[in-house]
Design a protein around this ligand. Sequence first.
Ligand SMILES: Cc1cc2nc3c(=O)[nH]c(=O)nc-3n(C[C@H](O)[C@H](O)[C@H](O)COP(=O)(O)O)c2cc1C
Length: 326
Amino acid sequence: MESIAKQLITLAVRAPSGHNTQPWQFSVEQDTVRIYPDLSRRLPVVDPDDHALFISLGCALENLVIAAAHQGLAAGVDYFPSDEPEECLRVRLSEDADEETDALFQAIPERQSNRGTYDGRAIDDSDLARLMDAHFRDSVKVRAFRVGHPDIEPIIGFVREGNIAQFNDPAFVAELVSWIRFTRREVSDRQDGLAAVALGFPAVPRWLGRWIMTTLVRPEGEAARQEKAIRSSSLLLLFIARGNDKQHWVDVGRSFERIALTATSLGIAHAHVNMPCEVAPIRRRLAVHLGLDDGEQPLLLIRLGHVRKRLPTSPRRPVERVMREP
Ligand SMILES: Cc1cc2nc3c(=O)[nH]c(=O)nc-3n(C[C@H](O)[C@H](O)[C@H](O)COP(=O)(O)O)c2cc1C
């Protein structure tokens, strides 16, 4: 079982994470895999309460569960059990999987965030229904906004505000720059972070990249670029946690990963336009605008659509670097 568990972890680490921080560690003990948050990889500026960190953990957990089912293994998940000495997600593998996950499994290595301009083609209703079916209804709500429908306009307005607020904040830009890997050498040395090519920038030395990010990239220009990207897409999906705690955050990640993998299996691309969920006062106004109940939190916003060109796959640290003793 231990060697199968290590294979499952190879797929778990293909999960998306905020700024590609990969904020996870794993241990394996007989039939049990534990996933620990790696708090040394926090993003204190953009994610001060760590909700995005736990969403990322949920994405890794979901990949693991899907990969286990593909091997015929059921995965029983305990969220942050109190009998563990350290905070973790505990996954017990047993031999009675009853879920067919082939399409999702095949999509794990294919899924990627594609920040390019899409071709404007609509996602048809049957594909939208399959996407909306893919999430955990008890803990997460998902709302869809079609490009071209008047309801999307205020949401695009919130994205714009969030973008401008973030790029006007030197601490946000400094944190972002610290996670951009400007050269191929930086990518291969670190195997984490945002490769410049994946952001649509040329590979340049770090000093030049930092200069471009702090002097040439302007808040208004960045907001206009994101708005154009949204208008080239087919729809936005907003993930709303029904409660504001770690378990709900993990479930947002699980839901998002299922939908992202379903989209990938249908040939649909996705990218985050998360800014209004990341800036707390804008997040609160977004919740009011949507008439959400007390405690419900809009935590993740993605755009989906069609695009011809895949981007280079973003790096991951090898499994040995994320393993620890149980
Ligand atoms: C919780 C979370 C928040 C994210 N926020 C953003 C974001 O605001 N902007 C963005 O371009 N990508 C965002 N991403 C996408 C990550 O940057 C991306 O997953 C990571 O770079 C790895 O690349 P990949 O998805 O292509 O494997 C986010 C991902 C997660 C899981």
